[in-house]
Structure formats: C-alpha cells, structure tokens
Design a protein. Sequence first.
Length: 138
Amino acid sequence: MKSYRRELWFEVPSRRGFINITPQVEECLRESGVQEGLVLVNAMHITASVFINDDESGLHHDYEVWLEKLAPHEPVNQYRHNGYEDNADAHMKRQIMGREVVVAITDGQLDFGTWEQIFYGEFDGCRKKRVLVKIIGE
C-alpha cells in the first residue's frame, strides 16, 4: 500500500472566503501514483473548514448569509470565547461546515458525484493556514 502526505497553505486576504482546492488535491493524487484508495483532506486550523459542494457563486453567497445568521460575527461581546480574540463565530462556522472530507479514488481519479468539488472555507482569515492531504491506496 502507498501512502502520501502533503500540506497545502492558504492565506485568504479577508475574514471569510471559499477556495476551490480540487485542482491542488488532483495534483497531489497524480504525485501519489495511487490508482485505487482514499484521500483525506482536512483543515489543520480550528477556524477553517474543508467541505464538498457545488462551485457556484450563488451557493457560496447563500452559505455566507446562512452562516452569518447562525453565528454572527458581531457583536463580538456576545461570545465568552472572545476574551482576547474576536473569532468565536469562526469556531462555530467551522463546526457547521466540517473539518474534513474523504473521497474515493477510482482508476486514478477522484470519484465524485455530479458537480462535486472540494473547498477550503476560511472563517478567520488574513493569516496563513494549512490543509492536510493524506492519500492511501494502491
């Protein structure tokens, strides 16, 4: 069995944003040489997320609006976590959107459903954060 590990780094210039990281994950898959197996992609920070969905700007806008209703950033004093930071909402948004995804690898390709893509979700940006790509298989 082969094993492959790589870290991807992202720095979103705003507080929140979504990045389609499917091309970077596909590059990792090519480098790994794995034809049949699994890929794990996970955010290595507690205020960021990795998730799978459609790459459609309206949906991304809807996520932004929905997440802000569920866990509004302001007023920051509504959260106990914000004793010395202002990112309690980012922790909650990450919890909702998830930490990681696992995708099957079949014939050397990510085995997606229709329209599926992998995204990095940032909820407390303006600094570098990493995503782990771990691939195992044959």
